[in-house]
Design a binder for this molecule. Structure first.
Ligand SMILES: NC(=O)c1ccc[n+]([C@@H]2O[C@H](COP(=O)([O-])OP(=O)(O)OC[C@H]3O[C@@H](n4cnc5c(N)ncnc54)[C@H](OP(=O)(O)O)[C@@H]3O)[C@@H](O)[C@H]2O)c1
Length: 282
């Protein structure tokens, strides 16, 4: 049974992470953030995903404070942006992020994108931040298989989460299988393909059959393939809808979504970001 406020994955470091999270990219206005975080919390979301790059850590921290719940009731993910990578910048920028968020620790800190020049020193800083208790778990985002294998050559601890783009038009099954083999939980960013996938006729048909919406079908598919999801919405009704996932897709329905793959990204190609050292414009 999927209960958003109780359903978690056990991470390889022993910590628990909620399966369902709330994506906050492009939510920057304080009022909108406060209302969205409140609606999400009431709907059962316990995980909130931000990044230095989003420039909304302060408004998110303020919105979480306004919930008036104890710190251990929410799971906060933050990410170190490309220009803050490298050993000292990672440490200093994370300390600034904690100030912005108004907290002593983040539950999970991610390397937002792998970049070649700062690859190992950034990860050393992550391991130190974890030892200091400033972050509870450490992970990565947008890492390919070869980058994880490279990291393994020098890491004392491996990432426990890899947050990657995946949705029905970009299923990434080989990458997810590799993460699983390495005891890394996959977390889907843009799980709805930024809305792109939702008018797919097959998806609409499955949704009608279950009396659900296409978004709910996609998110349920993700849960059944064992990954974590962080859909974003600033629409109260959709925030609630995206948490109502207590139904079951058949194996055949799962397969129908599996074969929608078109290898179609909505975001950047990790290998290019790795080489360029920063995200480029689409
Ligand atoms: N690690 C990374 O590099 C990375 C990259 C991108 C994103 N992320 C994270 O992943 C989160 C989610 O990704 P995303 O924001 O790019 O895209 P997404 O969650 O796939 O899609 C968000 C879009 O779908 C719409 N939507 C949401 N629920 C819906 C529903 N039930 N029915 C119809 N439309 C719906 C939203 O509209 P409204 O808001 O107008 O309702 C919004 O336009 C981000 O917010 C961010 O936290 C991480």
């Amino acid at each position: 049974m999927f209960e958003p406020d109780k359903s978690t994955y056990q991470l390889a470091d022993g910590n628990q992470m909620p399966i369902l999270g709330f994506g906050t990219y492009k939510i920057n206005k304080p009022e909108l953030m406060t209302q969205s975080v409140q609606t999400a919390y009431e709907a059962g979301y316990r995980l909130f995903d931000t990044a230095q790059y989003y420039r909304n850590e302060k408004v998110l921290g303020d919105a979480i404070a306004r919930l008036g719940v104890s710190r251990d009731k929410v799971f906060i993910i933050d990410k170190v942006t490309e220009m803050n990578q490298g050993h000292d910048l990672t440490i200093n920028s994370t300390e600034f992020s904690l100030e912005q968020l108004g907290t002593d620790y983040v539950d999970l800190l991610l390397v937002h994108w792998p970049i070649a020049d700062k690859f190992f020193e950034t990860w050393k800083a992550f391991e130190e931040l974890k030892k200091q208790g400033k972050v509870r778990s450490i992970g990565v985002s947008n890492f390919t298989r070869s980058q994880l294998e490279l990291l393994k050559t020098q890491a004392d601890e491996m990432p426990v989460v890899n947050q990657i783009e995946t949705h029905p038009y970009f299923t990434q099954q080989p990458m997810i299988d590799f993460n699983t083999k390495q005891s890394i939980i996959t977390q889907a960013w843009s799980p709805l393909g930024r809305g792109l996938v939702l008018d797919n006729p097959m998806l609409e048909k499955i949704a009608k059959h279950h009396g659900k919406t296409p978004a709910q079908i996609v998110l349920r598919w993700d849960i059944q393939r064992g990954i974590s999801i962080i859909p974003k919405s600033q629409t109260p009704q959709r925030i609630k809808e995206n948490a109502e996932l207590d139904f079951e897709l058949s194996d055949d329905e799962q397969s129908m979504l599996d074969i929608m793959n078109r290898n179609q990204r909505t975001g950047n190609e990790p290998e290019l970001v790795y080489e360029l050292g920063k995200q480029y414009k689409n």
